[in-house]
Ligand binder design. Sequence first.
Ligand code: PLP
Length: 411
Amino acid sequence: MEQTEQTFLQQRSLRIAHIEPSVTLAVSTKAKMMQKEGIRVVDLSAGETDFPPPTGAIKAVQAVLKGKHLLARYTPTLGIPELRETIAKQYSKKTKETKAISQNNIAVSAGAKQALYNSIAVLCNPNDEVLIPAPIWITYAEQVKLCDGKPVFCKTEEESFAVKADLLRERISSKTKAIILNSPCNPTGAIIPQSELKRIADVALEHKLWLISDEVYEPFVYESYEGGFSSVAGLGQEVFEKSIIISAASKMFSMTGWRLGYAVAPEPLIKAMDALQGHTTSNACSLAQYAVLGALQDARTKKYVQTMRNEFKKRREVMIKRLNQMDLSCQKPGGAFFAFADITRTHLGSVVLCKELLQNAHVACVPGKAFGSDKHIRLSYATSMDEIKKGMDQIEKWLNGGVKGERSPRH
Ligand SMILES: Cc1ncc(COP(=O)(O)O)c(C=O)c1O
């Protein structure tokens, strides 16, 4: 075994040698292991909600399983036409002064991650630079590296964490190919106001750059910013022709495990993604496609998303208040479902603090280092109010003297 490992390490591709494993998944896995051992862990690490998928999704899958469709067959690589058409219609409603978005502008894939990877892969040549605001979800940088490109981080100001056009402009070089945006942002919850988004789009057009806009947290916006959340799709035809919008059912329909995401982009890019995905994974899971189609077509889904958003808004209030009371200072995030707390008062790095919190307070959080800031930790409020309160109590106790969490009542 050791011999095999040695040989592999010598012979592995440079592509994989520089890739960091996902810290978020590592924390979740460790928390789950502790739970299996009988330790009651409050898991505030996961980037997924505690809601079931919408009724429309469940009903659609039930219909498929009753034999309404040929469920065991490949679908077209880019997704079933009805789903692509429905997504296109939704995006057409968001656009302004843009030609209607058609299904030829939609590529359905296995989660937002694959849609992002496809986007970067069809754009990046070796050493192309991609601007990425920081702190940020680190997968963007790893995917750019996997495509032989170079991530260039643009550190945002802590007062809002929202990236500004001037900051991006400063980092543009002759090698810059694209800008990745994520609003609302994981991990900071920052939202790019509409006016700033327009300025960013102008910079992109001026320098002939592509805009990759990850909008997976779009339904989770709690504050109204200059007329609400703005999708890159609403910035007009010229911007749309240089943009790829990424979204997914994962967060908005609580369907992380079903793996269904999509890219909305100009037709030539979609055709390139078709070629790429056709030789890598082929279509996204057929059942998940019918499920998302069912959710999008069901009138009850709008209410479902609203209920989730309202619930998260309440949970956000509680978590942010408690964190600030503990002097783990934290601004109120405008969107997504994460608090990004400043841990300066602990005098610990974020990795050490998260280890301490997991082992001794039995609360799982994600080190900010995984997102590019070692003086923060990320806590998810997409879990129940009781769990949030319990987690906050245990962190507070630990900060005040290191009291251990409870053993699980099961053991
Ligand atoms: C900003 C952002 N984009 C994309 C994803 C991945 O979404 P999916 O599960 O659909 O691949 C995540 C997951 O945490 C995320 O935080």
